[in-house]
Ligand binder design. Structure first.
Ligand code: SF4
Length: 435
């Protein structure tokens, strides 16, 4: 049996709005795929032949894809339009298609007409049964993972599947490293607690270490995306610091390296000075500071609260003083935001001398609190899933028109980078959080 895992394409900022190419990095960074497929692949029976195709690099239209008995898609909302279209086309050719990941877990009814089977929830626990059913010709329409996976029992992700698929067109600098799943918070437009639950679960340290080593063996660095910043929560910090120290100790001998840590301003402000030293010792060069979900950035750039603004400035300065570059991701379109938000963000960026930033539009991803609220208040104005990618206004904002918010987002990119034209393109690569 042969399984072809598919990571469907989605549009990023300058792909969705080509006018941005003039002002933001021309070679917009194409991030590595999320670890979801690699984790499922590790749970595939050994006698199944498996391969991986990244539709962003090798689109289906360019000569089709290798033959397979099962085409297994994993995707989040920005890729849903493309995924469902591809599912239709493959099935029209008589192929068998299964779909899982964040969007199918949140919107299984929407996905069902485009696939032979939909996987809902964390797929590792149901995947072996799905493979057995596919072999027997008894595939069911839905596979529901009722419980979150027991991370202590999962093998490390089969990252070689991605690394073997790299070619001259696609060689990401870094790949995400997952050290936990789930989140006790409930931020407006975040899908993590919806898909992975409200309880934070940790991978065993050895699983994390073996994953790091597998990437290092092929010369790859890892990054820690924002959901992992929860390792800065007081209950998880000791575990994370142990990992940082282990990386610092072995990074030269093993070639292990971390590029950046995604986190939020409140978590960063609460860190002890020694952790900054450990982060530096582990070779981490950048903090990716996700804004718009936490109380500090929402108050600083929404109503312009003076105390929150001072906290945000202190946070950026702390990073700069520690020699770890702050890369702020500004989110526009929260309920507090008004037409003054754009200026507040630019003034802040100039005041604290930010060298690099990105701008995103608040997006009501299905299943999130923001989605539920927008549905209840009948404020969704666009259900085209490919536009749910942090670039396009798909809802009626509270304090301005959709057009004003859209223009404000585009102006922010332009005005921020116009005044930083001296920056080398290579220093402006984007490393946006995995949606
Ligand atoms: S944005 Fe971060 S803190 Fe908020 S729910 Fe998502 S993972 Fe948790």
């Amino acid at each position: 049996m042969r399984v072809l895992f598919v990571y469907p394409a989605f549009e990023r900022h300058a792909q969705a709005y080509p006018e941005l190419k003039e002002h933001v990095p021309c070679e917009e960074y194409i991030g590595s795929p999320s670890l979801g497929i690699a984790s499922i692949a590790a749970c595939t029976p050994k006698d199944v032949d498996q391969a991986f195709v990244d539709d962003r690099i090798h689109p289906f239209e360019e000569g089709g894809w290798p033959e397979a008995d099962l085409y297994a898609f994993s995707f989040f909302t920005p890729a849903a339009t493309r995924a469902m279209d591809l599912g239709d086309r493959l099935r029209a050719e008589g192929k068998t298609v299964v779909m899982g990941g964040i969007f199918p877990s949140m919107m299984p009814e929407e996905v069902a007409p485009h696939a032979d089977a939909v996987v809902v929830g964390e797929g590792e626990t149901v995947w072996p049964q799905l493979i057995a059913d596919a072999r027997a010709g008894t595939l069911k329409a839905r596979y529901q993972a009722d419980e979150p996976a027991d991370l202590a029992k999962l093998p490390r992700p089969l990252v070689e599947l991605y690394l073997d698929a790299e070619d001259e067109n696609f060689q990401p600098d870094d790949y995400p490293l997952q050290i936990s799943r789930g989140c006790p918070f409930n931020c407006d437009s975040c899908v993590i607690p919806c898909v992975m639950g409200r309880k934070i679960r940790f991978f065993p340290e050895e699983t994390v270490w073996e994953t790091l080593k597998a990437f290092a063996a092929r010369g790859k660095r890892c990054c820690l995306t924002e959901d992992t910043s929860l390792m800065f929560l007081s209950g998880a910090r000791r575990r994370f610091r142990k990992l940082l120290r282990r990386i610092a100790e072995h990074r030269e001998a093993e070639g292990i390296a971390l590029s950046y840590i995604g986190t939020s301003m409140p978590l960063l402000l609460n860190l002890e000075d020694e952790i900054f030293e450990e982060i530096r010792a582990a070779g981490i060069e950048r903090f990716y500071l996700v804004g718009g979900f936490d109380p500090i950035t929402r108050a600083a750039f929404g109503p312009g609260d003076a105390k929150a603004t001072e906290q945000a400035e202190r946070c950026v300065k702390r990073c700069q003083d520690a020699g770890v570059e702050p890369y702020v991701s500004f989110l526009v379109g929260n309920e507090e935001d008004d037409e003054g938000t754009f200026d507040r963000m630019l003034e802040f960026s100039n005041r604290v001398k930010l060298q690099i930033a990105e701008f995103a539009v608040a997006t009501p991803y299905p299943g999130t609190p923001m989605w539920n609220k927008m549905i209840a208040e009948e404020r969704i104005i666009d259900r085209t899933w490919r536009r749910y990618n942090d670039t396009t206004v798909v809802f009626q904002p509270r304090n301005m028109s959709p057009e004003r918010l859209q223009q404000g987002y585009l102006d922010l990119w332009r005005l921020f980078y116009e005044s930083r034209q001296d920056l080398k393109m290579a220093d402006r690569s984007l490393c946006t959080i995995q949606f």
